[in-house]
Design a binder for this molecule. Structure first.
Ligand code: HPA
Length: 299
């Protein structure tokens, strides 16, 4: 797919024509937002988490990107006086399956709003028998099984960029979340390998056994390409995963989506407490490598 780009071939924003009234209005409200929200955390929510207690919503911001529309208008709000920009990944109401999410539009939309840090909440199946349903995992690694089936780069024409992805999740944000978990006495798995599948079907028992032998702890359908697209735009990205079920074949139970939603619902209070504490814990200035991800990445 073609997309417009600046002279150095980095993707650029395109919100309407430059001379239009709506363009000016958009820029004005953008600058107002930037003034008010000198530091904002992006929050992508997954299945079962559409509202956050304590999130004071101040407005909505529909954004159009060069890749089309994000899953929903961004909700601008505050948690404990910290500006938060919230996007339900599957739309509101939930209608977009994981393989149809416009990941490029979602991540570029955050960038256009000036967001440089994203926390992504996702439901996952547990492959590791120690990780029981209801557990919270802060993953540190990703294995990508969606590769080739989703638009997974901003650099598919023009400049050739190979972004470093050794550590797919932002180290600084992970440690802020882990320290928030300690402070709030919430048990979390402090690391884990997330294998991302295309879905929408669930896995076979043989696939899960194969993933387990490959070192995966949890399986989900959305961390990729979200994580790599964020890295390509030098946005810090980290995940908070809720194990909603044991993955196929780990127990003899048949998997149901109602089990996923029920476990997610049962975990939301802990999740919200963790989110609030984590958002307050993230330092104002970034000192991780994500902000310089494009340095020395081009050919
Ligand atoms: N597999 C894939 N994605 C999931 C699962 C699962 O078992 N549970 C929640 N998301």
């Amino acid at each position: 797919m073609q997309h417009s780009s600046s002279s150095d071939n980095r993707p650029v924003a395109k919100i309407g024509s430059k001379n239009s009234f709506y363009y000016l209005l958009n820029r004005l409200s953008f600058f107002y937002f930037m003034l008010k929200y000198c530091m904002s955390i992006g929050l992508i929510s997954g299945s079962g988490l559409y509202e956050i207690d304590g999130l004071k919503v101040c407005g909505e911001k529909p954004v159009e990107t060069q890749f089309g529309a994000p899953s929903a208008p961004y909700r601008l709000g505050e948690i404990e006086s910290i500006p938060v920009t919230f996007l339900p990944r599957h739309g509101f109401p939930h209608s977009i399956p994981p393989h149809k999410v416009n990941y490029r539009a979602n991540i570029q939309g955050f960038k256009l709003l000036g967001i440089d840090r994203i926390i992504a909440v996702t439901a996952v199946g547990s492959i590791n028998p120690d990780i029981k349903p209801g557990s919270i995992i802060i993953p540190d690694q990703i294995i990508d099984f969606t590769y080739g089936s989703r638009e997974s780069t901003f650099y598919d024409s023009g400049k050739v960029v190979h972004v470093d992805f050794t550590e797919p999740y932002c180290r600084e944000m992970r440690s802020s979340i882990i320290s928030a978990a300690h402070k709030t006495d919430i048990n979390v798995y402090e690391r884990g390998s997330y294998i991302c599948v295309n879905g929408p079907r669930l896995e076979t028992a043989a696939e899960i056994e194969f993933f387990r032998r490959s070192g995966a702890d949890i399986v989900g359908m959305t961390a990729m390409p979200e994580a790599v697209l964020s890295r390509e735009l030098e946005i810090c990205y980290c995940g908070i995963c809720i194990a909603t079920n044991f993955a196929a074949g780990i127990t003899n139970e048949r998997l149901t989506t109602s089990e996923v939603i029920e476990t997610m619902n049962a975990s939301t209070e802990r999740l919200k407490t963790l989110l609030k504490a984590a958002i307050a814990e993230i330092p104002q200035n970034r000192s991780c490598g994500c902000k310089d991800a494009l340095k020395d990445s081009g050919l």
